[in-house]
Ligand binder design. Sequence first.
Ligand SMILES: [Zn+2]
Length: 165
Amino acid sequence: MNRFLSRRFFILIPFASILKVMFKPQKVFAVSNDDFIDYKSLSKEEWRQRLSPEAFYILREEGTERPFTSNLNNEKREGVFKCAGCGQPLFLSDAKFDSGTGWPSFSRPIDGAIDTKIDFKLIVPRTEYHCSRCDGHQGHVFNDGPQPTGKRYCNNGLALSFDAN
Ligand SMILES: [Zn+2]
């Protein structure tokens, strides 16, 4: 009887470790499922289903929220500002400054997080910027920011989510 038990025990050990290996990556997949979405291929309708009407207007139709309406204006904690469309980190809190414009403002983005284009919506050309992962519109960048970058990334609060450290 004893011998039988110990033999079974030795069979079970490798089996258990195989299970462990199998379950570990599965867990990771479940947590970061969104990382496998090809955001740039989502249709307008799919975006409409994923976002609130207000966020859809900003992110997918290049809208602009009214100034002084976002509670992220006064967000002063340490943390990460992420794209509200896809969750990609865009700005760190140490780049945030009070511009007095009524929109969350940053002096520099996280490397590679945004792309820019020129828009002529107000006739005078402005540099629009958007999330590099999902193309969601974030805001416009101006050359009157603080040193050393001299840039002011003027961001819609509705296009961001904030994760405190
Ligand atoms: Zn995004």
